[in-house]
Design a protein around this ligand. Structure first.
Ligand code: SF4
Ligand code: SF4
Length: 339
């Protein structure tokens, strides 16, 4: 069922939603961008529809709502452990189609890859997802080739067209709320892009043999192992543990899990002094093949959703989509060398 709203009507809906939910959406954080006096678009709590950024891509994804950058998971003393209190209020997250597909990847990793992750699940169970339609492709997006440009599994959708808001509701529980505030019921299809400027081709014959290619050497010097590509990626799920000991009682403290990056020093350090993938090209090889080869071999679909954020953020202008497009030549190289 679909609805059309003017701004005052949709904001009445938002006011009512806020009674039961925290609302998170991409919004502008003024003056906190990379350069002085520049803004950044991140996920934050919102109160009304004006705060949602509809016409630009967010630099970070929704991921931190269900997988926080740093999360205290429990507190400990000499004898006892207490789980950190959980967020009681339910949450609604506004996100785009590629990110809704990323959610499937996060769920696969945290809920279906062995035992369910307790801390992820208790946050995840309280969240509902609202699709923001995409009128046009943003810079560096390649969602069409990754098959993530369209989504169906949203609670409701929202599209801003001129000064009106269009909602497609898939969950009956919202019907009365929308009906009582809308000036018009109508069929609504969320906007979605059908082509991107950036195209990628993942070769059909891609195999682990590509790891022998010389293509990875370029990144030994180009990549500065800053890890920004991992931190903006909505499908990266690695974390590390930090135990914080309180200074007044050195035996009490808390354990936090904190995002980790396969591109930075120390990620592959192991007990006994071992350290693997020390060259940045090896790290790039591992990241790329995880996103477009081995994850698919296990799950049947690629991990990368084509959001293009890693391209947007790399200080060395290393393009993930260009790297994918080099794989075909790299496969040729290794198969010719193997003859
Ligand atoms: S690898 Fe890059 S393009 Fe793919 S999902 Fe992650 S950030 Fe987006
Ligand atoms: S953002 Fe760029 S330079 Fe930084 S680790 Fe990723 S690929 Fe390397």
């Amino acid at each position: 069922m679909g609805f059309k709203f003017v701004k005052s009507e949709i904001n009445t809906v938002f006011s009512e939603l806020k009674n039961g939910y925290r609302l998170f959406a991409p919004k502008i954080f003024e003056g906190t961008g990379h350069f002085s006096d520049t803004d950044v678009i991140l996920y934050g709590e919102i109160s009304n529809v004006d705060e949602i950024v509809f016409d630009k891509k967010s630099q970070f994804s929704f991921k931190e709502i269900i997988f926080p950058v740093s999360e205290t998971i429990f507190y400990f003393t000499e004898k006892d452990i207490k789980n950190a209190d959980e967020e009681k209020k339910k949450t609604i997250v506004f996100l785009r189609s590629c990110d809704l597909h990323s959610l499937k990847r996060l769920d696969a990793m945290y809920l279906a890859n062995g035992p369910e992750d307790f801390y992820y699940k208790r946050l995840r169970d309280k969240v509902e997802f609202v699709l923001i339609g995409c009128k046009e492709s943003f810079e560096n997006c390649f969602c069409v080739d990754m098959n993530t440009n369209k989504s169906e599994n949203y609670s409701f959708s929202i599209d801003k067209r001129n000064d009106e808001y269009y909602v497609d509701c898939k969950d009956d529980k919202w019907d009365n709320l929308f009906k009582s505030n809308s000036n018009q019921e109508m069929d609504v299809e969320p906007d979605y892009v059908i082509e991107n400027v950036v195209r990628v081709n993942i070769p059909e014959n891609l195999s682990i043999e590509v790891s022998k290619s010389t293509m990875w050497n370029e990144y030994n010097t180009r990549c500065i192992d800053c890890g920004r590509c991992n931190f903006v990626c909505p499908t990266c799920t690695c974390f590390t543990m930090q135990d914080i000991f309180y200074t007044d009682n050195g035996k009490a403290g808390e354990r936090r899990r904190v995002w980790a990056s396969c591109m930075v020093d120390g990620f592959t350090d192991v007990a006994g002094g071992g350290s693997y993938r020390q060259k940045n090209g090896q790290r790039m090889r591992f990241k790329v093949l995880h996103k477009v080869l081995d994850y698919k071999q296990r799950n049947g679909y690629h991990m990368c959703t084509g959001c293009g954020r890693c391209d947007d953020v790399c200080p060395e202008y290393i393009s993930f989509s260009n790297t994918i497009n080099k794989l075909e030549m790299a496969m040729k190289e290794v198969s010719e060398n193997g003859k």
